[in-house]
Design a binder for this molecule. Structure first.
Ligand code: ADP
Ligand code: MG
Length: 735
């Protein structure tokens, strides 16, 4: 290694182009207008052990002058701050530290052993003191010593809690640390030393374990983006030189040896090899690469050495973009999470209120103060909706992380939740259920027209068009005609879902579907035999015509059904999708052929707006419906679906942008995996929410009757939080 990568260590800054959307967030109104050029700073916050603490960090940062808005996602450990250019990243990081949390450098994945962190050490020491105190209690040792041990346990284990609580109070946020601190201080005040110490020890231990579990998952997801080598072998003329990856510019040529990882996106310019693209696509079966093939950063070169011309900087490489999208997605909230947040904002104050009443009213009515005060303290602990609040974000982070390992990019909690609920799917035909590489299998021209001439004219028009059918006609022309034989086109326009028109050699030509010609008032009887022949074969007809002669040639195009389509449809059905409809703008006969082969229903001859209507109808019928396609066409249909699945997104930016769920590979079985995974996430969400609500509910009811001790309340709280966390992480850790 010749050098170290000099990443900006703390936080990254990027300018925010789009105007900031004002959402309900409890910032103080700062003097800045939100539409101006705001900067965005992202900070990785460490040591957050409760979702309530995320709110504390959020408010602490939002209070800074010049900060417009701060959002902290607990589960992904990320702070996102929008602020005026005068606010420095250092100020924001300081606010985070002042609130009692740490700021992690972007590069810190390799952590030391968990047991060596200050946090773990303090938990262990506090536990030792606590156990000593307990032992003395049982053996009847001197009281002073016993209490001394408890106080030591509270001091050592409680320090981080009290510090965080202070930040919570300053931010007017009744977070878990505040509630626990109140309970500890209250317990100590009424001489319940053992109880107070047990609250501290259990709480600290539970949190440490939880932070440990979540941090590991966060780290594993981030590790993806750091697969790329720090240095590369640059080739300039005949000179080879090892340089830092970040100084390489698009256009540079790199030497990539067998067994090395590609540091940057590029195009092979010399040599051939096989490449394991699993960091991008989730699929480790090697892909053949030859001159002209695209390679992605992060993927692993197989047995051949190649020269690669770089096409993107490290920052804008596919891998970086994907991992940024994954992180952004993990930082979003699922709709159910927003619901829970709202619920907790009411729940906590209400339970704290009940606790206050319990501490004051019964003693006034003659009850024993100590007894009721103790019960009130137990309620304070129960007032924290810890497990409930943690249950969803952990599941979302874990589900999205797990998907990304499979080459499935789920663009947020909402997409995850929606995909888990799908009952119906609309699927595009061309390129989704079929190979998407149609070939011209016949050309039938009217007697007075030369076949080659028809191909020449059609190809001239289609050269400017982007449809797969256009590509097929062009390919056929390239095969059969000489180079340079294709004439120029003037006044070209493409007609969405129908075809294209343009002027060739002084004549206006039209190419496209029978519908297009009918709409233009053409008489199709002159070519009806040709159309019938094409239909008979289940092929897609493309008609060529001009103003003077009308339609004069028909091309039959065949597009094979994907080999794995049957299997994919079967697994979709098995995972609970009740209705699958193929939507296509193609003609009836080829549509029927594909649909029958796959055993699904279909709608043929649809215009783009009719596809939208069809999707809307499905959504209306089932509540939620997905749309699967290549995302390049049919954007409106995607927009009206509850979840848009785009296949083969690795290469195309548009597709990555359009999709709610992007499948990196052009692979139908991955669609079933994506839906299956979302369903599992959905089940875990439900389990987590149900368990945490049930336990809280029971405890709130029992506490006023003195049936809940402080240590039991904390133990159950921590236990439930840990259980829902581990349950959520199961999604990620499952192989
Ligand atoms: P699909 O549902 O198969 O993606 P589209 O809506 O993209 O279909 O197109 C519908 C039909 O319009 C095609 O089957 C074809 O008949 C016709 N068409 C669209 N664009 C072209 C083109 N550039 N050349 C020829 N035919 C076209
Ligand atoms: Mg299409």
């Amino acid at each position: 290694m010749s050098g170290r990568k000099m990443l900006p260590v703390l936080g990254q800054r990027e300018a925010v182009a789009e105007p900031v959307v004002e959402e309900a967030c409890e910032n103080e109104p700062s003097g800045k207008s939100s539409t101006g050029g705001l900067d965005r700073t992202i900070v990785r916050v460490g040591g957050m052990d409760c979702a309530g603490c995320a709110a504390t960090v959020e408010k602490s940062v939002a209070r800074l002058p010049g900060v417009d808005r701060a959002t902290v996602n607990f589960a992904s450990g990320r702070l996102d701050a929008l602020h005026g250019p005068e606010v420095e990243a250092g100020r924001i990081e300081k606010a985070v530290r002042d609130a009692g949390y740490s700021v992690e450098s972007a590069g810190a994945v390799e952590r030391g052993s968990f047991w060596k962190t200050p946090r773990a050490v303090s938990v262990v020491v506090a536990t030792v003191f606590f156990v000593l105190g307990l032992a003395l209690g049982f053996s009847g040792g001197p009281d002073v010593l016993r209490v001394g041990f408890y106080v030591a346990a509270i001091g050592v284990g409680g320090l981080p809690i009290f510090r965080a609580a202070l930040a919570g109070v300053r931010a007017f946020n009744l977070d878990m640390n505040v509630l626990m601190s109140l309970a500890v201080v209250g317990g100590a005040a009424i001489g319940e030393w053992a109880e107070a110490a047990s609250v501290v020890v259990l709480f600290a231990a539970g949190n440490a374990l939880q932070v440990f579990a979540i941090d590991r998952t966060r780290g594993a997801v981030r590790a993806l983006a750091r697969l790329t080598p720090d240095t590369v072998l640059l080739k300039r003329g005949s000179v080879e030189e090892e340089v830092l990856t970040e100084v390489v510019r698009p256009g540079d040529t790199l030497i990539v040896r067998p067994g090395e990882r590609f540091a940057l996106d590029g195009e092979v310019v010399e040599g051939a090899t096989t490449v394991d693209e699993s960091p991008i696509t989730g699929e480790s079966v090697p892909v053949e690469k030859a001159v002209g093939s695209e390679v992605y950063s992060g993927s692993l070169n197989g047995g051949g050495g190649v020269l690669v011309r770089v096409t993107a900087t490290a920052e804008s490489s596919t891998l970086q973009r994907i991992s940024r999208l994954v992180e952004d997605a993990q930082a979003t909230k699922a709709p159910v999470e927003r619901l829970i947040d709202r619920f907790s904002r009411v729940y906590t104050p209400v339970v704290v209120g009940i606790a206050a009443v319990l501490a004051v009213v019964p003693p006034l009515a003659g009850g024993d103060f100590g007894t009721w005060f103790y019960r009130a303290l137990a309620l304070l602990i129960i007032a924290c909706p810890c497990a409930l609040v943690i249950s969803t974000p952990v599941t979302v982070v874990s589900g999205i992380g797990a998907a990304s390992r499979l080459g499935i990019l789920i663009k947020g909690g909402e997409a995850l939740e929606n995909a888990g609920h799908l009952k119906a799917l609309a699927m595009d035909k061309t390129g989704t259920l079929t190979e998407g590489r149609p070939v011209v299998s016949r050309i039938i021209a009217r007697n007075d027209v030369d076949e080659r001439e028809a191909l020449r004219l059609a190809a001239a028009l289609e050269r400017r068009s982007e449809h797969p059918l256009a590509f097929a006609i062009l390919t056929a022309a390239r095969k059969r005609l000489e180079d340079g034989e294709l004439p120029e086109v003037g006044g070209f326009s493409s007609i969405a879902g129908r075809g294209a028109e343009g002027t060739v050699e002084g004549r206006r030509y039209l190419v496209g579907s029978p519908r297009l010609f009918r709409e233009r008032g053409s008489d199709l009887t002159t070519i009806s035999d040709a159309l019938a022949a094409v239909e008979e074969a289940g092929e897609t007809p493309v008609i060529l015509g001009n103003e003077a002669a009308g339609p004069f040639a028909v091309f039959g195009l065949a597009d094979a059904v994907r080999e794995d389509a049957r299997e994919a449809i079967a697994s979709l059905r098995a995972s609970g999708i009740r209705e699958i409809v193929m939507l296509t703008g193609d003609a009836e006969a080829p549509a029927r052929r594909v649909a029958e082969e796959l055993g699904i229903s279909y709608r043929a001859g649809l215009l783009p707006e009719q596809k939208v209507a069809a999707v809307e109808k499905l959504v209306g019928k089932y509540g939620r419906a997905g749309m699967v396609g290549d995302g390049v066409n049919d954007a409106p249909a995607f927009a009206s679906a509850s979840v848009g699945f785009v296949m083969g997104a690795a290469g195309t930016d548009v597709a990555l942008e359009t999709a709610d769920v992007a499948l990196m590979q052009d692979d139908l079985p991955k669609l079933a995996s994506a839906i299956e995974l979302s369903r599992r996430a959905e089940r875990v969400l439900k389990q987590n929410i149900a368990v945490s609500i049930a336990i809280k509910g029971v405890f709130v009811l029992l506490a006023p009757f003195g049936l809940i001790t402080l240590w039991l309340a904390v133990l159950t709280d921590m236990g439930t939080s840990l259980a829902v966390t581990l349950n959520g992480l199961r999604l990620f850790n499952r192989k």
